[in-house]
Design a protein around this ligand. Structure first.
Ligand code: S3P
Length: 438
Protein backbone atom coordinates (compact mmCIF):
# COMPACT_ATOMS: atom_id res chain seq x y z
CA UNK A 1 0.00 0.00 0.00
CA UNK A 2 1.20 3.53 -0.74
CA UNK A 3 0.01 6.64 1.12
CA UNK A 4 0.39 10.29 0.40
CA UNK A 5 4.01 11.12 1.13
CA UNK A 6 6.03 14.23 1.82
CA UNK A 7 8.60 15.47 -0.70
CA UNK A 8 11.05 12.83 -1.93
CA UNK A 9 14.67 13.78 -1.40
CA UNK A 10 18.05 12.12 -1.76
CA UNK A 11 20.48 10.48 -4.16
CA UNK A 12 20.01 6.88 -5.19
CA UNK A 13 20.83 4.35 -7.88
CA UNK A 14 18.30 1.99 -9.41
CA UNK A 15 18.98 -1.69 -10.25
CA UNK A 16 20.70 -2.60 -13.53
CA UNK A 17 19.08 -2.36 -16.93
CA UNK A 18 16.91 -5.39 -17.66
CA UNK A 19 17.43 -5.42 -21.43
CA UNK A 20 21.21 -5.14 -21.14
CA UNK A 21 21.36 -7.72 -18.34
CA UNK A 22 19.57 -10.41 -20.40
CA UNK A 23 21.88 -9.75 -23.33
CA UNK A 24 25.04 -9.72 -21.20
CA UNK A 25 24.23 -13.24 -19.93
CA UNK A 26 23.33 -14.53 -23.39
CA UNK A 27 26.37 -13.14 -25.20
CA UNK A 28 28.63 -14.06 -22.26
CA UNK A 29 27.31 -17.61 -22.55
CA UNK A 30 28.16 -17.73 -26.25
CA UNK A 31 31.67 -16.23 -26.18
CA UNK A 32 34.45 -18.79 -25.59
CA UNK A 33 35.99 -17.77 -22.25
CA UNK A 34 35.03 -15.65 -19.26
CA UNK A 35 32.87 -12.51 -19.40
CA UNK A 36 32.58 -10.43 -16.23
CA UNK A 37 29.39 -8.48 -15.60
CA UNK A 38 29.08 -5.72 -13.01
CA UNK A 39 25.72 -4.22 -12.09
CA UNK A 40 23.63 -7.11 -13.45
CA UNK A 41 19.95 -6.78 -12.58
CA UNK A 42 19.22 -9.56 -10.09
CA UNK A 43 15.50 -9.51 -10.80
CA UNK A 44 13.49 -12.65 -11.49
CA UNK A 45 13.29 -12.08 -15.26
CA UNK A 46 17.06 -11.93 -15.62
CA UNK A 47 17.60 -14.85 -13.24
CA UNK A 48 15.47 -16.91 -15.65
CA UNK A 49 17.91 -16.10 -18.44
CA UNK A 50 20.83 -17.00 -16.17
CA UNK A 51 19.24 -20.37 -15.35
CA UNK A 52 18.45 -21.03 -19.02
CA UNK A 53 22.03 -20.26 -20.10
CA UNK A 54 23.25 -22.75 -17.48
CA UNK A 55 20.91 -25.40 -18.88
CA UNK A 56 22.32 -24.62 -22.33
CA UNK A 57 25.83 -25.43 -21.11
CA UNK A 58 27.32 -22.09 -20.05
CA UNK A 59 28.89 -21.66 -16.62
CA UNK A 60 27.21 -18.82 -14.77
CA UNK A 61 28.47 -17.77 -11.34
CA UNK A 62 28.12 -14.83 -8.95
CA UNK A 63 30.84 -13.84 -6.50
CA UNK A 64 30.30 -12.33 -3.06
CA UNK A 65 30.89 -8.81 -4.33
CA UNK A 66 27.95 -9.22 -6.72
CA UNK A 67 29.99 -9.61 -9.90
CA UNK A 68 28.67 -12.22 -12.34
CA UNK A 69 30.98 -14.37 -14.43
CA UNK A 70 29.75 -16.23 -17.47
CA UNK A 71 31.88 -18.71 -19.35
CA UNK A 72 30.76 -19.92 -22.74
CA UNK A 73 32.14 -22.48 -25.17
CA UNK A 74 31.84 -20.44 -28.38
CA UNK A 75 29.12 -19.66 -30.92
CA UNK A 76 27.52 -22.92 -32.05
CA UNK A 77 28.59 -24.83 -28.93
CA UNK A 78 25.46 -24.80 -26.78
CA UNK A 79 24.24 -28.06 -25.25
CA UNK A 80 20.74 -29.57 -25.36
CA UNK A 81 18.83 -28.56 -22.20
CA UNK A 82 17.63 -31.60 -20.24
CA UNK A 83 14.47 -29.88 -18.95
CA UNK A 84 11.88 -27.39 -20.02
CA UNK A 85 13.24 -23.83 -19.93
CA UNK A 86 10.85 -21.95 -17.66
CA UNK A 87 10.90 -18.29 -18.67
CA UNK A 88 8.63 -17.18 -15.83
CA UNK A 89 7.14 -13.76 -16.56
CA UNK A 90 9.79 -12.64 -19.03
CA UNK A 91 8.85 -11.95 -22.65
CA UNK A 92 12.39 -10.77 -23.35
CA UNK A 93 14.03 -13.95 -22.02
CA UNK A 94 11.48 -16.04 -23.92
CA UNK A 95 11.83 -14.36 -27.29
CA UNK A 96 15.60 -13.85 -27.25
CA UNK A 97 16.23 -17.45 -26.26
CA UNK A 98 13.83 -18.73 -28.91
CA UNK A 99 16.07 -17.02 -31.45
CA UNK A 100 19.21 -18.33 -29.80
CA UNK A 101 18.22 -22.03 -29.88
CA UNK A 102 16.66 -21.97 -33.35
CA UNK A 103 20.07 -22.63 -34.93
CA UNK A 104 21.11 -25.28 -32.40
CA UNK A 105 20.89 -28.93 -33.48
CA UNK A 106 18.58 -30.05 -30.66
CA UNK A 107 15.09 -29.63 -29.22
CA UNK A 108 14.28 -26.98 -26.63
CA UNK A 109 11.01 -26.85 -24.71
CA UNK A 110 9.79 -23.52 -23.32
CA UNK A 111 7.16 -22.58 -20.77
CA UNK A 112 6.36 -19.63 -18.53
CA UNK A 113 3.82 -18.20 -16.12
CA UNK A 114 0.15 -17.45 -16.80
CA UNK A 115 0.96 -13.98 -18.16
CA UNK A 116 3.64 -15.26 -20.56
CA UNK A 117 1.34 -18.04 -21.80
CA UNK A 118 -1.04 -15.35 -23.10
CA UNK A 119 1.56 -13.39 -25.05
CA UNK A 120 2.07 -13.64 -28.82
CA UNK A 121 5.11 -15.62 -29.86
CA UNK A 122 4.32 -16.03 -33.55
CA UNK A 123 6.00 -12.66 -34.21
CA UNK A 124 9.26 -14.49 -33.45
CA UNK A 125 8.26 -18.01 -34.48
CA UNK A 126 7.18 -17.07 -38.01
CA UNK A 127 10.47 -15.54 -39.21
CA UNK A 128 12.43 -18.26 -37.40
CA UNK A 129 10.38 -20.85 -39.31
CA UNK A 130 11.14 -18.96 -42.50
CA UNK A 131 14.82 -19.38 -41.64
CA UNK A 132 14.22 -23.14 -41.27
CA UNK A 133 13.49 -23.83 -37.59
CA UNK A 134 10.67 -26.21 -36.64
CA UNK A 135 8.37 -24.75 -34.01
CA UNK A 136 5.40 -26.42 -32.35
CA UNK A 137 3.27 -24.23 -30.16
CA UNK A 138 -0.13 -23.92 -28.57
CA UNK A 139 -2.76 -22.42 -30.85
CA UNK A 140 -2.18 -18.78 -31.66
CA UNK A 141 1.59 -19.31 -31.48
CA UNK A 142 1.61 -19.22 -27.70
CA UNK A 143 3.64 -20.89 -24.93
CA UNK A 144 4.34 -23.64 -24.13
CA UNK A 145 6.25 -24.41 -27.29
CA UNK A 146 9.09 -26.55 -28.61
CA UNK A 147 11.80 -25.55 -31.06
CA UNK A 148 13.70 -28.08 -33.12
CA UNK A 149 16.80 -26.18 -34.07
CA UNK A 150 18.54 -26.75 -37.41
CA UNK A 151 21.12 -25.28 -39.73
CA UNK A 152 19.22 -22.12 -40.76
CA UNK A 153 19.17 -19.98 -43.87
CA UNK A 154 19.79 -16.23 -43.52
CA UNK A 155 16.71 -14.05 -43.86
CA UNK A 156 15.93 -10.64 -45.33
CA UNK A 157 13.13 -9.48 -43.08
CA UNK A 158 11.19 -6.28 -42.47
CA UNK A 159 9.82 -6.10 -38.93
CA UNK A 160 6.01 -5.87 -39.04
CA UNK A 161 5.93 -4.64 -35.41
CA UNK A 162 8.43 -2.22 -33.90
CA UNK A 163 9.96 -4.83 -31.59
CA UNK A 164 13.52 -5.01 -30.33
CA UNK A 165 12.76 -8.48 -29.03
CA UNK A 166 11.93 -9.77 -32.51
CA UNK A 167 14.96 -8.02 -34.01
CA UNK A 168 17.20 -9.47 -31.31
CA UNK A 169 15.80 -13.00 -31.67
CA UNK A 170 16.61 -12.91 -35.38
CA UNK A 171 20.11 -11.53 -34.79
CA UNK A 172 20.75 -14.33 -32.29
CA UNK A 173 19.48 -16.90 -34.78
CA UNK A 174 21.70 -15.32 -37.45
CA UNK A 175 24.84 -15.55 -35.31
CA UNK A 176 25.40 -19.22 -36.13
CA UNK A 177 23.86 -19.09 -39.62
CA UNK A 178 26.09 -18.87 -42.69
CA UNK A 179 25.51 -15.82 -44.90
CA UNK A 180 24.17 -12.36 -44.21
CA UNK A 181 20.92 -11.79 -42.33
CA UNK A 182 19.31 -8.45 -43.11
CA UNK A 183 16.68 -6.92 -40.84
CA UNK A 184 14.83 -3.74 -41.72
CA UNK A 185 13.20 -1.81 -38.93
CA UNK A 186 10.88 0.88 -40.29
CA UNK A 187 10.75 2.43 -36.79
CA UNK A 188 13.82 2.43 -34.59
CA UNK A 189 13.79 0.14 -31.57
CA UNK A 190 16.29 -0.20 -28.74
CA UNK A 191 19.68 -1.24 -30.11
CA UNK A 192 21.28 -2.97 -27.13
CA UNK A 193 21.80 -6.19 -29.10
CA UNK A 194 23.68 -4.39 -31.87
CA UNK A 195 25.76 -2.48 -29.28
CA UNK A 196 26.58 -5.65 -27.40
CA UNK A 197 27.49 -7.61 -30.53
CA UNK A 198 30.05 -4.88 -31.24
CA UNK A 199 31.24 -4.90 -27.64
CA UNK A 200 31.94 -8.63 -28.03
CA UNK A 201 33.95 -7.92 -31.18
CA UNK A 202 31.40 -8.84 -33.86
CA UNK A 203 30.80 -6.70 -36.92
CA UNK A 204 27.26 -5.39 -37.45
CA UNK A 205 26.41 -2.99 -40.27
CA UNK A 206 23.69 -0.47 -39.51
CA UNK A 207 22.50 1.75 -42.36
CA UNK A 208 19.86 4.49 -41.98
CA UNK A 209 17.13 4.49 -44.66
CA UNK A 210 16.01 7.59 -46.55
CA UNK A 211 12.38 6.85 -45.72
CA UNK A 212 13.17 6.44 -41.99
CA UNK A 213 14.21 3.49 -39.90
CA UNK A 214 17.31 1.45 -40.61
CA UNK A 215 18.74 -1.76 -41.97
CA UNK A 216 20.84 -4.05 -39.79
CA UNK A 217 23.10 -6.63 -41.40
CA UNK A 218 24.93 -9.40 -39.61
CA UNK A 219 27.23 -11.94 -41.23
CA UNK A 220 26.86 -15.26 -39.43
CA UNK A 221 29.49 -17.48 -37.84
CA UNK A 222 31.57 -14.71 -36.34
CA UNK A 223 33.35 -15.54 -33.11
CA UNK A 224 32.61 -13.47 -30.01
CA UNK A 225 35.40 -12.36 -27.69
CA UNK A 226 34.67 -12.45 -23.94
CA UNK A 227 34.67 -9.01 -22.37
CA UNK A 228 33.82 -6.94 -19.29
CA UNK A 229 30.40 -5.33 -19.04
CA UNK A 230 29.15 -2.60 -16.76
CA UNK A 231 25.36 -2.53 -16.72
CA UNK A 232 23.95 0.97 -16.13
CA UNK A 233 20.82 1.56 -14.02
CA UNK A 234 17.58 0.80 -15.84
CA UNK A 235 15.91 3.95 -17.23
CA UNK A 236 12.62 2.04 -17.10
CA UNK A 237 13.06 1.65 -13.33
CA UNK A 238 14.35 5.22 -12.92
CA UNK A 239 11.07 6.26 -14.58
CA UNK A 240 9.05 5.38 -11.46
CA UNK A 241 11.33 7.42 -9.24
CA UNK A 242 11.36 10.32 -11.71
CA UNK A 243 7.56 10.49 -11.98
CA UNK A 244 7.12 10.19 -8.19
CA UNK A 245 9.57 13.08 -7.68
CA UNK A 246 7.95 15.16 -10.43
CA UNK A 247 4.43 14.90 -8.97
CA UNK A 248 5.32 15.27 -5.27
CA UNK A 249 5.74 18.98 -4.54
CA UNK A 250 9.09 19.99 -3.06
CA UNK A 251 10.88 16.80 -4.15
CA UNK A 252 14.52 16.85 -5.21
CA UNK A 253 15.95 13.48 -6.22
CA UNK A 254 19.11 12.54 -8.07
CA UNK A 255 19.35 9.13 -9.72
CA UNK A 256 22.96 8.32 -10.56
CA UNK A 257 24.28 6.04 -13.30
CA UNK A 258 21.11 5.68 -15.35
CA UNK A 259 21.26 4.23 -18.87
CA UNK A 260 20.52 7.00 -21.35
CA UNK A 261 20.49 5.16 -24.64
CA UNK A 262 18.74 7.63 -27.01
CA UNK A 263 16.31 4.84 -27.98
CA UNK A 264 15.18 4.52 -24.35
CA UNK A 265 14.83 8.11 -23.13
CA UNK A 266 11.35 9.01 -24.42
CA UNK A 267 9.81 9.26 -20.96
CA UNK A 268 12.26 11.92 -19.78
CA UNK A 269 11.65 13.84 -23.00
CA UNK A 270 7.88 13.66 -22.48
CA UNK A 271 8.07 14.68 -18.82
CA UNK A 272 10.18 17.69 -19.81
CA UNK A 273 7.55 18.70 -22.37
CA UNK A 274 4.96 18.45 -19.59
CA UNK A 275 6.99 20.99 -17.63
CA UNK A 276 8.92 18.67 -15.31
CA UNK A 277 12.16 19.99 -13.90
CA UNK A 278 14.67 17.40 -15.12
CA UNK A 279 18.38 17.86 -15.48
CA UNK A 280 20.73 15.30 -17.03
CA UNK A 281 24.34 15.42 -15.89
CA UNK A 282 27.69 13.60 -16.23
CA UNK A 283 26.87 11.90 -19.51
CA UNK A 284 29.43 9.20 -20.33
CA UNK A 285 29.77 5.98 -22.29
CA UNK A 286 30.34 2.57 -20.69
CA UNK A 287 30.52 -0.78 -22.47
CA UNK A 288 28.97 0.71 -25.60
CA UNK A 289 26.02 2.35 -23.82
CA UNK A 290 25.37 5.97 -22.80
CA UNK A 291 24.78 6.64 -19.09
CA UNK A 292 24.44 9.68 -16.83
CA UNK A 293 22.82 11.13 -13.71
CA UNK A 294 19.32 12.57 -13.60
CA UNK A 295 18.03 15.18 -11.15
CA UNK A 296 14.26 15.59 -10.87
CA UNK A 297 12.47 18.23 -8.82
CA UNK A 298 8.77 18.49 -8.02
CA UNK A 299 6.94 20.63 -10.56
CA UNK A 300 3.51 21.48 -11.88
CA UNK A 301 2.78 19.48 -15.00
CA UNK A 302 0.63 20.26 -18.02
CA UNK A 303 -1.04 17.91 -20.47
CA UNK A 304 0.62 17.29 -23.84
CA UNK A 305 0.15 15.23 -26.98
CA UNK A 306 2.85 12.54 -26.99
CA UNK A 307 3.99 11.87 -30.58
CA UNK A 308 3.26 8.24 -31.44
CA UNK A 309 6.68 7.95 -33.18
CA UNK A 310 8.16 8.25 -29.71
CA UNK A 311 6.38 5.12 -28.46
CA UNK A 312 9.18 2.55 -29.06
CA UNK A 313 11.62 4.68 -27.03
CA UNK A 314 9.35 4.62 -23.98
CA UNK A 315 7.08 1.64 -24.55
CA UNK A 316 7.54 0.29 -21.00
CA UNK A 317 7.10 3.72 -19.43
CA UNK A 318 3.52 4.48 -20.52
CA UNK A 319 1.90 3.05 -17.37
CA UNK A 320 3.80 5.50 -15.19
CA UNK A 321 3.38 8.31 -17.72
CA UNK A 322 -0.39 7.75 -17.40
CA UNK A 323 0.04 8.42 -13.69
CA UNK A 324 1.98 11.63 -14.38
CA UNK A 325 -0.77 12.68 -16.82
CA UNK A 326 -3.39 12.22 -14.08
CA UNK A 327 -1.61 14.93 -12.04
CA UNK A 328 -1.17 17.32 -14.99
CA UNK A 329 -3.47 20.18 -15.88
CA UNK A 330 -5.25 19.52 -19.17
CA UNK A 331 -5.43 16.65 -21.60
CA UNK A 332 -2.59 14.26 -22.30
CA UNK A 333 -3.15 12.33 -25.51
CA UNK A 334 -1.18 9.11 -26.01
CA UNK A 335 -1.81 7.03 -29.11
CA UNK A 336 -0.11 4.44 -31.31
CA UNK A 337 0.07 2.09 -28.33
CA UNK A 338 -1.59 -1.11 -29.51
CA UNK A 339 1.55 -3.00 -28.39
CA UNK A 340 0.64 -2.18 -24.78
CA UNK A 341 -2.22 -4.66 -25.07
CA UNK A 342 0.23 -7.59 -25.38
CA UNK A 343 2.72 -6.77 -22.63
CA UNK A 344 2.80 -8.57 -19.24
CA UNK A 345 -0.88 -7.55 -19.07
CA UNK A 346 -3.13 -5.54 -21.37
CA UNK A 347 -1.63 -2.33 -20.04
CA UNK A 348 -4.17 -0.01 -21.65
CA UNK A 349 -7.11 -1.76 -20.06
CA UNK A 350 -5.42 -2.59 -16.72
CA UNK A 351 -4.29 1.02 -16.30
CA UNK A 352 -7.63 2.46 -17.45
CA UNK A 353 -9.53 0.35 -14.89
CA UNK A 354 -7.17 1.27 -12.04
CA UNK A 355 -7.01 4.97 -12.92
CA UNK A 356 -10.77 5.14 -13.21
CA UNK A 357 -11.07 3.58 -9.75
CA UNK A 358 -8.70 6.32 -8.51
CA UNK A 359 -11.08 8.98 -9.84
CA UNK A 360 -9.05 9.95 -12.91
CA UNK A 361 -10.93 11.25 -15.98
CA UNK A 362 -9.92 9.28 -19.03
CA UNK A 363 -10.95 7.81 -22.33
CA UNK A 364 -9.64 4.41 -23.40
CA UNK A 365 -9.01 4.14 -27.15
CA UNK A 366 -8.19 1.02 -29.13
CA UNK A 367 -4.58 2.24 -29.39
CA UNK A 368 -4.11 4.60 -26.48
CA UNK A 369 -5.45 6.68 -23.61
CA UNK A 370 -6.53 10.27 -23.24
CA UNK A 371 -6.20 11.46 -19.67
CA UNK A 372 -7.56 14.73 -18.40
CA UNK A 373 -6.33 16.19 -15.14
CA UNK A 374 -6.98 19.52 -13.42
CA UNK A 375 -3.49 19.88 -11.99
CA UNK A 376 -4.48 18.59 -8.54
CA UNK A 377 -4.00 15.17 -6.96
CA UNK A 378 -6.61 12.56 -7.92
CA UNK A 379 -8.65 10.86 -5.19
CA UNK A 380 -6.81 7.54 -5.23
CA UNK A 381 -8.32 5.22 -2.62
CA UNK A 382 -8.51 2.18 -4.93
CA UNK A 383 -7.43 -1.46 -4.62
CA UNK A 384 -5.83 -2.32 -7.96
CA UNK A 385 -5.50 -5.70 -9.69
CA UNK A 386 -1.99 -6.04 -11.16
CA UNK A 387 -2.50 -9.16 -13.36
CA UNK A 388 1.08 -10.39 -12.84
CA UNK A 389 2.40 -7.10 -14.21
CA UNK A 390 5.28 -5.48 -12.32
CA UNK A 391 4.91 -2.10 -14.01
CA UNK A 392 1.21 -1.89 -13.13
CA UNK A 393 2.06 -2.53 -9.47
CA UNK A 394 4.78 0.15 -9.36
CA UNK A 395 2.73 2.70 -11.31
CA UNK A 396 -0.15 2.48 -8.83
CA UNK A 397 2.18 2.67 -5.85
CA UNK A 398 3.56 5.90 -7.34
CA UNK A 399 -0.05 7.07 -7.71
CA UNK A 400 -0.70 6.19 -4.05
CA UNK A 401 2.29 8.23 -2.85
CA UNK A 402 0.82 11.39 -4.33
CA UNK A 403 -2.98 10.83 -4.45
CA UNK A 404 -5.35 12.07 -1.74
CA UNK A 405 -6.09 8.56 -0.44
CA UNK A 406 -3.95 5.40 -0.19
CA UNK A 407 -3.73 3.00 -3.12
CA UNK A 408 -3.36 -0.75 -2.61
CA UNK A 409 -2.07 -3.29 -5.14
CA UNK A 410 -3.13 -6.93 -4.91
CA UNK A 411 0.32 -8.41 -5.54
CA UNK A 412 3.55 -6.67 -4.54
CA UNK A 413 5.78 -9.66 -5.33
CA UNK A 414 5.59 -9.10 -9.09
CA UNK A 415 7.86 -6.08 -8.69
CA UNK A 416 10.73 -8.53 -8.11
CA UNK A 417 10.77 -9.30 -11.82
CA UNK A 418 12.39 -5.98 -12.74
CA UNK A 419 12.89 -3.81 -9.65
CA UNK A 420 13.89 -5.73 -6.52
CA UNK A 421 13.80 -3.38 -3.52
CA UNK A 422 11.41 -0.86 -5.11
CA UNK A 423 9.46 -0.20 -1.89
CA UNK A 424 12.60 0.06 0.28
CA UNK A 425 14.19 2.48 -2.16
CA UNK A 426 11.09 4.68 -2.25
CA UNK A 427 11.01 4.64 1.57
CA UNK A 428 14.66 5.70 1.63
CA UNK A 429 13.64 8.81 -0.34
CA UNK A 430 10.71 9.52 2.02
CA UNK A 431 7.93 7.58 0.28
CA UNK A 432 5.23 6.01 2.44
CA UNK A 433 4.95 2.47 1.04
CA UNK A 434 4.33 -0.59 3.16
CA UNK A 435 5.48 -4.01 1.99
CA UNK A 436 3.51 -7.04 0.83
CA UNK A 437 0.11 -6.96 -0.79
CA UNK A 438 -1.22 -4.57 1.87
C1 S3P B 1 12.73 -5.27 -24.69
C2 S3P B 1 11.99 -4.76 -25.71
C3 S3P B 1 10.62 -4.25 -25.54
C4 S3P B 1 10.28 -4.00 -24.07
C5 S3P B 1 10.75 -5.09 -23.17
C6 S3P B 1 12.25 -5.28 -23.30
C7 S3P B 1 14.08 -5.80 -24.99
O1 S3P B 1 9.71 -5.17 -26.07
O2 S3P B 1 8.89 -3.82 -23.91
O3 S3P B 1 10.45 -4.81 -21.81
O4 S3P B 1 14.88 -5.99 -24.05
O5 S3P B 1 14.38 -6.03 -26.17
P1 S3P B 1 9.36 -5.17 -27.65
O6 S3P B 1 10.64 -5.10 -28.35
O7 S3P B 1 8.65 -6.46 -27.92
O8 S3P B 1 8.50 -3.97 -27.85
Amino acid sequence: MARRSGPLTGTITVPGDKSISHRALIFGGLAAGKTRINGLLEGEDVLRTAAAMRRLGATVARDEAGQWQVTGNGVGALAEPDRVLDMGNSGTAARLLMGLVASCPFITFFSGDASLHKRPMSRVARPLEEMGALITSRSGGRFPLAITGRRLMPIDYELPVASAQVKSALLLAALDTPGITRITEPRLTRDHTENMLRHFGAEVAVTPRKEGGRVIELAGQQELTPTDIIVPGDPSSAAFVAVAAAILPGSDVTITNVGLNPLRDGLFESLKEMGADIEVMNIREEAGERAGDIRVRGSTLKGIEVPSERAPSMIDEYPVLFVAAAFAAGKTVMRGLRELRVKESDRLSTMAIGLDACGVRLEELEDGLIIEGDGTAPNGGAAVATHLDHRIAMSFLVMGMAAKNPVTVDDGRVMETSFPGFAALMRQLGGDISDGAA
